[in-house]
Write a protein of this length. Structure first.
Length: 138
């Protein structure tokens, strides 16, 4: 994949997203707790804690592992059935964003497949340069 114009380290992207959540009060972060999870990679943390949402957990963990490698993605917050991910190296070309959007659809997240029913080309193009992804399941 082509490198983003600003190639940040994954931990920098995660810290930036978390700081933004706290500063803006997004997603009730003022009531969140820090949890350390014994996992080799952040993508394994959801399975380690037995996280339960309507998500296909094994598939989601595999997607997260791939996104970690390719995009420097890091799980930043899990709030009930919501998952928030920072992205250090987002896609910069439409072709790569289209493939990534298909992977987001595979996550079966309701905000992607049901609510709102965003046309696929618009959703994919919105991923170009985007440094955070959010998913939620009912």
């Amino acid at each position: 994949m082509p490198a983003a114009s600003v190639d940040r380290k994954p931990e920098e992207a995660a810290a930036s997203l978390l700081a933004w959540f706290i500063e803006t009060g997004q997603f009730g972060m003022d009531e969140c707790r820090l949890v350390l999870v014994p996992a080799r990679r952040g993508s394994d943390a959801l399975a380690s804690i037995g996280w339960s949402a309507e998500a296909p957990l094994s598939l989601l963990c595999a997607l997260l592992r791939s996104w970690e490698d390719r995009f420097g993605a890091q799980v930043v917050a899990v709030l009930g059935s919501e998952l928030h991910v920072s992205v250090a190296r987002p896609p910069v070309e439409g072709e790569h964003a289209n493939l990534l959007a298909l992977e987001h659809v595979l996550s079966t997240a309701n905000n992607i497949v049901d609510d709102p029913p965003t046309p696929f080309p618009e959703y994919a193009m919105d991923l170009v340069g985007r440094t955070s992804w959010s998913f939620w399941w009912d």
